[in-house]
Design a protein around this ligand. Structure first.
Ligand SMILES: *[C@@H]1O[C@H](CO)[C@@H](O)[C@H](O)[C@H]1NC(C)=O
Ligand SMILES: [Zn+2]
Length: 417
């Protein structure tokens, strides 16, 4: 009798210990299948990420002295190895199957009215040098076609985005020269207002707008960006600035790194009414992975990032959502998306939820390519219509007093001796 009980108990326990891991094995096995499928999708179309702050890491950790820096593997050398916001190197970009990257030429708002333009120039320079120093991995590209051409050669197309209107010092001449240096988007503000546009923090409880969106000069900035074919990036701007820009722009716009406000009410995210306007405009919202914008908390998961992508699809449509990780700009990343090597996990998660591969291709990069071509078509049409550069200067009265100490004003002295 006792033996029977023991044998029965043994049988039950072994059965238990067999069946449980085998279910887990099947689960892992099917996720592995989704991962494989995800990787084949990312072999077909370039995964185009809207925002990566690696160039700012080069300033922070290397003073932009990148001549001898090996960026293939930054997981073992200091200070990179122990930095919580070091999420990028070439090996991991390859593992993550990144096809093209907008590298951010970011300088902080503390530079506004001081040396913002100079430091932005330095960031554009360091991006060019990083690309030139790694020709087997990167190719500097400036058009939708060049992204595709680089991808077909197995190169990570490398683009420049300037993060914040403070970087042009309210000068359309600087904007034009930045376009000539390869800059293909400008975020209208970072975390400070410019003399011509309001930033997202002004929508936080207790704050009030300064310009109530874009000033007339701010609308000129939009028009000049349309004429140049530079993408208008509405991440970081206030709700009213989003509306004004969407109303003014003849070209589709992007949000290079913003998620859905309905799922996490951070003003860096995009509210549903704006998502609907983005759909009408033909633009794309590239989802940010920063846990503070995904869960509004201190941790998040790859599943929650997928929730944001699904929400934007549900409100705006699958043609209007993309990827804008914000890697290297943030210290906290979601579980399953810890660095640039893990993008396939996100696409596998969407496949597991029943997403069509054709929609995944759009999220990965086809939407951004369509938007980019749309902006290029507006540029070409404006040129065909005889459009000339906008040469208005910002009205002196629009410039705040704090901008004056570092300016010599609009020099019109009669003598030059
Ligand atoms: C988001 O929601 C929380 C909780 O309801 C609230 O305290 C906070 O002020 C909200 N944030 C914004 C930007 O409205
Ligand atoms: Zn940002």
């Amino acid at each position: 009798m006792n033996w029977c009980v023991i044998v029965l108990a043994l049988l039950l326990s072994t059965q238990k210990s067999w069946s449980y891991p085998s279910a887990r094995f099947e689960e892992a096995n099917s996720f592995e299948k989704y991962l494989e499928k995800a990787r084949t999708v990312l072999d077909r179309v370039p995964l185009i990420d809207g925002h990566n702050d690696f160039p700012y890491s080069l300033r922070r950790y290397e003073n932009n002295q990148v001549g001898d820096l090996d960026i293939n593997d930054l997981t073992t050398s200091e200070p990179w190895a122990s930095s919580s916001s070091s999420q990028t190197d070439i090996n991991r970009l390859r593992q993550g199957k990144v096809g093209a990257q907008f590298w951010s030429a970011y300088v902080p708002c503390s530079t506004q009215y001081k040396d913002a333009i100079l430091k932005t120039w330095e960031q554009i320079d360091v991006i060019h040098r990083m690309v030139d120093a790694n020709p087997t991995a990167f190719e500097f590209v400036t058009s939708a076609q060049e992204i595709e051409d680089a991808f077909s050669r197995g190169k990570i197309g490398s683009l420049v985005g300037v993060e914040g209107g403070h970087s042009i010092g309210s000068s359309l001449a600087v904007l034009r020269m930045m376009y000539d240096m390869g800059v293909r988007y400008m975020t209208l503000t970072h975390s400070c207002p410019t003399p011509w546009g309001d930033n997202s923090q002004l929508d936080d409880p207790g704050n009030v707008p300064i310009h109530d969106g874009l000033t007339p000069f701010g609308k000129n900035v939009i028009a000049e960006m349309n004429r140049l074919g530079m993408l208008i990036d509405l991440s970081h701007v206030s709700r009213k600035t989003m509306r004004d820009a969407l109303e003014t722009s003849a070209a589709p716009v992007i949000f290079s790194h913003s998620s859905a406000y309905a799922l996490c009410n951070n003003t860096r995210n995009v509210p549903d009414d704006i998502l609907q306007l983005v759909a009408q405009n033909g633009g794309v919202v590239m989802v940010n992975f920063f846990v503070s914008y995904i869960s509004c908390g201190l941790t998040a998961t790859v599943q929650q990032v997928a929730d944001h992508i699904e929400h934007i699809r549900n409100v705006a449509g699958a043609d209007h959502v993309g990827i804008g990780s914000d890697f290297n700009g943030v210290a906290r990343t979601p579980e399953g998306l810890k660095d640039v090597s893990e993008y396939p996990n996100l696409f596998a998660e969407l496949l597991a939820r029943g997403w069509a591969e054709t929609d995944l291709e759009k999220v990965a990069g086809l939407n951004l390519l369509r938007v980019f071509r749309g902006a290029e078509a507006v540029r070409d049409q404006m040129a065909a219509d005889g459009g000339k550069p906008f040469d208005e200067w910002i009205p002196q009265a629009d410039l705040p007093a704090e901008s004056l100490p570092c300016s010599t004003g609009q020099i019109k002295s009669v003598t030059t001796e």
